[in-house]
Design a protein around this ligand. Structure first.
Ligand code: FEH
Ligand code: ZN
Ligand code: ZN
Length: 351
């Protein structure tokens, strides 16, 4: 079968012929219907050097996957061949306290995990191929609600789940009369706006430099859509009557967006850094609003993935997708990189 493989750090991935996976004990092979293309993959191709992450190429890309159970190894009890499934991407050990809570992103016995701090498409073979091996099928597969198309489900396993996990943390602050700021309306940001609309009663402001992204933001539930720049903070203060926003979700994570986030935040607010641009924020007693809680966030838990899929099944969450055949997957990443792509790029290995 064909697979899009990262063969070396800081190299373009290659479409190559590989052997089809065979499910062993506890494993499943998924026929991939859709594999999302994530900005993080660009970092794998451009920035990361050997030793920066706990795993190395070569592996098949694609850590945002959904499809159908193609075959099952012995001992898999919760799934049947042909069943539509989403793949829960972070693959931990399954027995530590974090994994038992379904938060395999923060597994604390990594040596016993299928790959240290990674998953399919992140150190192990992922979904940019017709078939994908899933090591602990009973934990790493999630049944898809009948009404949910796997092409729409795939972006929810990473872009949707990461946004949902970030927003859930701030739910107690996002009460009627509160406000939230979403910086970056791309693959994650446009889903975050829908999740805020579906799960909170707060007023939502979006910031992005692209006019088409601001239009998408308003369609996804933002009441206000702003371009970044020196008057962005004053606009936020105008909308929030001088208080600032109760929660900021920075899906870019650069020096400039973090500075905007801190300046726009309300006292006792939350600032959650989701984007991987690698920016930093000077945090001291006098540089940020009192009691501003700043946190990074990484992906999400398996129970949260079930909740995200339920939102989509009830049509409260619908990714804007642009699809590409596997042979054109590199065009998907180029669209991500030049910012010309709206919503999420999804590769369809089966065409
Ligand atoms: C992937 C690799 C490294 C950091 C973060 C990510 C996210 O895209 C996973 O959701
Ligand atoms: Zn990702
Ligand atoms: Zn674990």
């Amino acid at each position: 079968m064909k697979a899009l493989r990262l063969t070396e750090w800081r190299h373009e991935p290659e479409l190559v012929e590989v052997a089809e996976p065979v499910a062993g004990s506890g494993e499943a092979v998924v026929r991939v219907a859709a594999a999302g293309a994530c900005h993080s993959d660009l970092h794998l191709m451009r920035d990361f050097a050997p030793g920066q992450l706990p795993w190395d190429p070569p592996f098949t890309l694609g850590h945002e996957n959904a499809g159908y159970v193609d075959s099952l190894g012995p001992g898999v009890s919760r799934f049947k061949v042909g069943q539509p499934v989403a793949v829960y991407g972070p693959w931990g050990c399954g027995h530590c306290s974090r994994c038992l809570a379904g938060l395999e992103t923060y597994c604390e016995d990594q040596a016993a995990a299928p790959v240290v701090g990674g998953g399919g498409g992140l150190g192990r073979d992922g979904g940019m191929a017709e078939l994908m091996l899933v090591p602990a099928a009973d934990r790493h597969l999630v049944s898809l609600p009948e009404e949910l198309d796997p092409v729409l489900a795939a972006p929810l396993t990473d872009a949707g789940l990461t946004s949902y996990h970030a927003i859930r943390r701030s739910w107690p602050k996002l009460v009627p009369g509160a406000s939230a700021l979403v910086i970056g309306v791309g693959g994650l940001g446009h889903l975050a706006l829908q999740i805020l609309e579906a799960t909170t009663a707060c007023e939502v402001i979006a910031v992005d430099s692209r006019p088409e992204a601001l239009r998408l933001a308003l369609e996804c539930g933002a009441e206000t859509a702003l371009a970044p720049g020196e008057d962005a903070v004053s606009s936020v203060m105008e909308v929030t009557k001088g208080r600032g926003v109760d929660a900021v979700f920075d899906f870019v994570g650069s020096d400039a967006t973090l500075a905007l986030a801190a300046a726009a935040a309300r006292q006792c607010g939350d600032l959650t850094i989701v984007g991987l641009a690698g920016g930093s924020l000077s945090y001291s007693f006098f540089t940020v609003p009192y009691e501003l809680s700043v946190q990074s966030t990484y992906w999400g838990s398996r129970p949260e993935l079930v909740e995200v899929l339920e939102l989509a099944a009830r049509d409260l969450l619908r990714p804007e997708v642009t699809t590409f055949p596997l042979e054109e997957a590199l065009d998907a990443y180029r669209g991500l990189e030049n910012g010309k792509l709206s919503g999420r790029a999804v590769v369809l290995p089966a065409g």
